[in-house]
Ligand binder design. Sequence first.
Ligand SMILES: *Cc1c(COP(=O)(O)O)cnc(C)c1O
Length: 524
Amino acid sequence: MLNRDDRPTRPEPATRRRETFTGNRALQLEEPLLFEVGRTDVTGVDIDVPEHAGDRLGRHRRKAPIGLPALSEPEALRHYVRLSQKNYAIDSGLYPLGSCTMKHNPRLNEAAARLPGFADLHPLAPQATVQGALELIHELGRWLIEITGMHSVAMSPKAGAHGELCGMMAIKAAVRARGEDRTIVLVPESAHGTNPATAALLGFTVVAVPAREDGTVAAAEVRRLAGEHEGRIAAIMLTNPNTCGLFEPEVCEIAAAVHAAGGYFYCDGANLNAILGKVKPGALGVDAMHINLHKTFSTPHGGGGPGAGPVVLSEALAPHAPLPAILRGTDGGYRLVEHAEDEAALAPFGRMTAFHGQMGMFVRAYAWMLSHGADGMRQAAEDAVLNANYVRAGVQDLMSVPYPAHPAMHEALFDDGFLDGTGVTTLDFAKAMIDEGFHPMTVYFPLVVHGAMLVEPTESESRASLDVFVATLRDLAMAAKRGQTERFKDAPRFAPRRRLDETRAARQPVLKWSPPEPIEDAAE
Ligand SMILES: *Cc1c(COP(=O)(O)O)cnc(C)c1O
């Protein structure tokens, strides 16, 4: 077993001011890296080295020790438990990250996803043996089509951005099938960064649509751009409700203008939580839209699990959906179509994934739908919108609301106008929220608003929890106005790490651990 009597105590990270002997803060334990806590010259298991195995692997011989640190079982366990305790999660508190829809992940979904009949499936299992799983994917797809009023669905994309890529590839295939060469995609200035990135990745030229004074997109501007680039518009990528949390009032006119120009309407559906059960995007003229199961349909994300971004398609784009497709036969059985030749009606652009998508997320999302029902899902959207407006109304006398003319949808947007002259920035404000025990809201997005703060409480929060959150925002806003800058400039003061140099971390990331320089013994 490990013998670590001769080891130094925990190394102290440079970013931390030592206030206790151990570097721990009460029961918040300081945690070094595995490489710092383990040792490479011992083994964590209690078995003898086999006599003839040496360091041979087949005919290959290792040239140097492998260098992996070894830990005993309790040490390994403690390491990961301590790390997990540093993780702020929707299970630990309100998580107001705007545009991310951090809602509660019901445990019922987890129980369903862990049923051996779902959890233990192999993606290459013969189709006859996994009819139930295929049925679940098909049924979930059918609900998504019904909810959105669209024609068909591609289930395999594994994230929102992946879904955007899928939808835009279908649009590209449809344009090509018409024998046309359209190279321009219109993207509003307020769009999520993934929208222009997706269009650019596919070789389209992105033309920005400016936002109006009130934060929304004008149909007249879209018509003007369509005229200016006649015959060259492939699509518009529009988010609705948009990233300022506003419902686009001219969305139908915008769709008509793009269609009249021969283009398609891609809708970023990441914000579906605001309109679930209230508005059918198909009725607004949408041709393709991704749905983030990990936002609207409660499947865990943000470190909690993989995403899933199915894409619903209009009739015009449906033939170009990627494979695989799940079709229901006349005998009631389900068929996974892997090859286009098997189906005359399909003209897929290719495939997005090796298999069928995120099965575990499909089970969770379907469980959420079934447990809510149509009325429950509509109420979730209503409560999400109510909660966002409750927060906005609770602080709007102290914090500045850039677009007061429209009610908020699922998120409340603020700018940094209320911090003018205080010396406190949006970033300082967000960091001070960490000291108060809240994950900060989304900051500096959308870009159309100066020093933006985007708050999305979701329907998960009770009125009592919102009241504490609102009171905290009010207290911080008043502290900033009173000139208590020390509460902000140094924040976070109580977190395991203080303010990091985020620019340097992004520009010069250190992704590889190297052993520290050996420390000279002072006596020598
Ligand atoms: C979250 C989000 C996306 C991207 O989804 P991912 O699953 O993170 O790739 C795209 N657009 C908007 C508006 C979003 O909020």
